[in-house]
Design a protein around this ligand. Structure first.
Ligand SMILES: NC(=O)c1ccc[n+]([C@@H]2O[C@H](COP(=O)([O-])OP(=O)(O)OC[C@H]3O[C@@H](n4cnc5c(N)ncnc54)[C@H](O)[C@@H]3O)[C@@H](O)[C@H]2O)c1
Length: 351
């Protein structure tokens, strides 16, 4: 592997960008050299906090004024596709936040642009960083659960029912997530995208989905200032997998008591697994082999795995594309598009 450092620019310097800057700073083969935000005050403060030398007000400014290899895109969802395609056309490697795009056609355009540029591309399905999900995916791939029959998956958040992460009514980072005009696909696009990846990565691809989306009244006239609160708050997906299994995937922002819980149970002909992030993310529970007839569960510790930031930098240095890539992001985006159509049509639809 080359000894040179990957020079990286952070695009968007809000809440999640702090995680990106800190994680990339831990990687000795990477240096964050620039940051961009349309909010000049925010980008200035961000650069001071993370000791980043150059601040820019636009991606065009960044491309014209900085010497760098790669970008990480941490802006609101609707801007991912145009910003990523702009950077790909300039030959930059791109890590992009989830959801990859606002819809499947845009996601496919991103995949095509990345292929044409021949650069490393990844989508930040951040729960791939958990040892438990990688271990469960490997176990299933090796046949440890037999044939998959049933899947139960949920991603629960509490910030609409509580002030566990502050008051959403006065926080722009929560308000844009409630407004389709601000590019949000609701809870389905925000964290449903994670649980769809989390369930289908080990259990396999989905062949059809019957989705129900719901937006609850939560402010006078369903608006707060410029934000029209029309994006979905709760989603229930009744799914069939290509391997014949069936299951449910659900997500909501109304789950008081669960700040950020991912839960996954997969049942096969030879055993069952459970991941519950409220308990642990470094291991999982298994009921298989002799324990199956006794209905006994045991705790299994999983091996540590590299995070997406490390995978991205390593991919750039080695030239070997790792997962999850844009094509995977687009696959998940396709499921989200079908969910919206299924909800509108009140019937199951093929993916
Ligand atoms: N992977 C995860 O677990 C995870 C967690 C949180 C957020 N996210 C994702 O990260 C992204 C950002 O979320 P956030 O919570 O940090 O939002 P945020 O609102 O806190 O920050 C977004 C920032 O982007 C800036 N911005 C907007 N348009 C821009 C543009 N065209 N060019 C440059 N800057 C621009 C805004 O001014 C703001 O500072 C979203 O896509 C979200 O889904 C992912």
């Amino acid at each position: 592997m080359s000894k040179r450092k990957v020079r990286l620019a952070v695009i968007g310097t809000g809440g999640m960008a702090n995680v990106h800057a800190s994680k990339f700073a831990e990687i000795s083969a990477c240096q964050v050299v620039a940051a961009v935000d349309i909010d000049a005050t925010r980008v200035g403060e961000f650069c001071r906090k993370h000791t980043i030398l150059s601040a820019f007000a636009s991606v065009d400014g960044l491309l014209a004024g900085a010497d760098f290899d790669a970008v990480t895109i941490v802006t609101p969802d609707a801007s991912h596709a145009p910003l990523a395609i702009r950077c790909l056309k300039a030959g930059k490697h791109v890590l992009c936040e989830k959801p990859l795009a606002a819809n499947y056609p845009d996601a496919r355009r991103m995949v095509a642009a990345a292929r044409k540029a021949g650069v490393i591309n990844m989508v930040n399905f951040s729960y791939r960083d958990w040892p438990c999900i990688q271990a469960v995916a490997t176990l299933i791939r090796r046949g440890g659960l037999g044939e998959i029959r049933h899947v139960e998956a949920s991603y629960l958040q509490a910030w609409l029912a509580s002030k566990i992460w502050g008051d959403w009514r006065t926080t722009p980072a929560w308000l844009w997530r409630l407004s389709s005009r601000h590019g949000s696909l609701g809870v389905l696009g925000d964290v449903g995208v994670h649980i769809v990846d989390f369930a289908t990565y080990p259990a396999g691809p989905i062949s059809s989905v019957h989705c129900r989306l719901k937006t609850f009244p939560k402010a006078p006239d369903d608006r707060v200032g410029e934000y029209i609160l029309d994006a979905n708050d709760s989603a229930v997906l009744d799914v069939e997998f290509r391997n014949g299994a069936i299951g449910t995937i659900q997500t909501t922002r109304w789950a008081g008591g669960h700040a950020n819980r991912l839960f996954l149970k997969i049942y096969g002909t030879k055993g069952s697994v459970e991941i519950d992030s409220d308990r642990t993310t470094t291991g999982y529970r298994l009921c298989a082999g002799k324990d199956l007839d006794l209905g006994k569960w045991k705790e299994v510790e999983a091996r540590a795995v590299p995070n997406n930031y490390q995978r991205f930098v390593k991919s750039i240095l080695t030239g070997v594309q790792d997962q999850p890539d844009f094509a995977r992001g687009a696959e998940v985006q396709k499921i989200l598009d079908v969910c919206f159509k299924s909800d509108a049509a009140h019937k199951p639809l093929a993916v």
